[in-house]
Design a protein around this ligand. Sequence first.
Ligand SMILES: C[S@@+](CC[C@H](N)C(=O)[O-])C[C@H]1O[C@@H](n2cnc3c(N)ncnc32)[C@H](O)[C@@H]1O
Length: 683
Amino acid sequence: MGFSKILNSYTQNILSEEEFEEFYEYIKTILPTTFRITGSRTTALEILNVVQKNYVPKLQNIVIDGVKIEPPKPLPFYPEQFAWQVNAPRLVVKKSPEFQEFHKFIVTETEAGNMSRQEAVSMVPPLLMDIKPHQWVLDMCAAPGSKTAQIIEAVHSNDKLNEMPTGLVVANDADYKRSHMLIHQSKRLQSPCFMATNHDGSQFPNIRLPDTSTPWQFDRVLCDVPCSGDGTIRKNEKIWDNWSPAAALQLHTTQVQIFARGCQLLKMGGRIVYSTCSFNPVENEAVVAEVLRQTKGAIRLIDVSNELPELKRKPGLKTWKVTDKEGHFVNCFEEVNEKLRKRFPLTAFPPTQAEADEMHLERCLRIYPHQQNTGGFFVAVFEKVEPLTAADRIHLAKMEGKDVAQTDLEEESKEAIPVKRSIPHDDPEENNTKKAKTEEEEEEAKPFEGKPKRDVPGIKEAPFELVSSDSEDLKDITEFYGLDASFPRDQFLLRSENNAKGRSLYFVSSAIKKVLESKDFSRLQTVNTGVRLFVRQSSPVEAGSPFRLTSEGLPLLDAVMSHQRRLQVNLDELRVLLVEAFPTVDRFLESSRAKLNAVTPGCCIAYLDEASCKQAEFVGSLILPVWKGKNSLNVLLNKKDKRSLCERLFHAIPEATPEHLVLRSTENQAAADAARKAQEEQE
Ligand SMILES: C[S@@+](CC[C@H](N)C(=O)[O-])C[C@H]1O[C@@H](n2cnc3c(N)ncnc32)[C@H](O)[C@@H]1O
């Protein structure tokens, strides 16, 4: 069974004959590279500035073998030019030094986590979720996490110093190993509002929060379900050889179940988005129709034709034929051979014309490759307009100031799905994030192959226990780093890594804290949460704090750390810090030396002064964690981040640490240890 069968189904089922010709021409060509500028808003603006000012002008008039090469251009539908398309095949990159330089920049920034390759069409569902920073968002099938990253960015879109969003993001995946890829995404974006979980989406548990008597529900839900993936045909050669329409029939019921559970978990008035990277109506409009039927008017398909106006799309189908394993069309369930009926879910077939009209199936979005030179995607956007569950009725009664019906309370407690927590296991971050990093891009569009894997033996979760606000560790840290009294001390978790007891202190937002405090929390199979702010040093520290700073924690600490451990540097000094290994104090300006000598050994924040920020055309500020020894300094950044900054600011490559310096003194050993650990843990 090959691709020719798909062609057959497309021509008759989805596209007109003329349009199919165009479609087919496009799917045979290489997909342009698209990337998003990701990470914190300040860094993203920084990177965008570099792309626009340093690279795009140089790439305007490149001619290779007599052909003018298209310069990189922002994706028209993506807000604020944070997503770009580059149509430069390998040969162009090879022959043009300008494109080569740009390619190198993309590679460096992708490695540092400031850019992320993602298919243009895969960026659409989170944009149509219309997320605000106060909203609680659930991503039900999240791994490897490209859309989760967009969701986290949206929740943090208003970030100002000292202002944490009240929203939260729960990214869930049923596959245990894949759920650990989400840790990597959250690390890049350093959000204390993020939690990764590992549940079958259709069984995602009800959790009651401490200050309400009703279950946890979400303002926004994304169901980017497992699918047969034929929309990824331009970058996935396997589709040409192995695709079969039978995969859609096998996945249909799972898709319905996940989406239906998502509708239950959605708050009244909330928005839920259903998406696949498949063209097959069995996985798309058929799933939509069945969930609309099951939810009996509680969920309504929204007309989003005015949203993302630059995105070209086609309306959802109102009728279709189901394609069997051999590629034959079946018009209705009655046509299916009785022996084979088990393989054909009744709900895979189209609704009646009247039903399809009433459901407004045309409001679904179909995105085809030939419309704007992309991959293919299906998206449908819904809102909850009527109560669906007892929890909804309770919420509604409370909102309207009415008495909650006893029958609803009883029914609601029965609705809770009992879920067992999996056996705890060891340090998942160390075991899995490395793998996640390299697999992430291919995994995003990988068609679903079989059942998700759960309960991998031998891997244990780190515990997620809140630390008492008057713990000795927190007192020491507060004093040493001069933390402001306004910084919440009751939102820390002490977690173990590498079997070392209580090695790191993680910080969570107040919304995540509520979830951790729920008496039902043990039912939630949590894979990760919290931003690591402080790490206990493994080498003994002569003086100062046994806890060092982390680069991912700095954005949170910057505004609340007193001046006692902050070092101002200018651009020349920053160059010394980034390029030289363990520069000694006398390598800095005389005006800086007094301060440097006065600071006791241990971690500090180095920040670039305002004039230098302007000189370097920095959009925001630049802060770095630094180890201050007796006579020398060392930036605590992992290799990739350090290299990305060095290249971007100084077109230089950081010096490797000379062996004799690493071993020269206890002081350097402590710094080297901290640097090595920082690097290992962040890679
Ligand atoms: C299309 S991929 C998701 C891609 C992801 N949203 C992104 O943008 O990076 C589908 C995911 O669903 C997961 N999955 C499969 N069955 C599931 C289920 N029953 N519940 C939750 N997740 C499931 C798979 O492990 C896979 O990671």
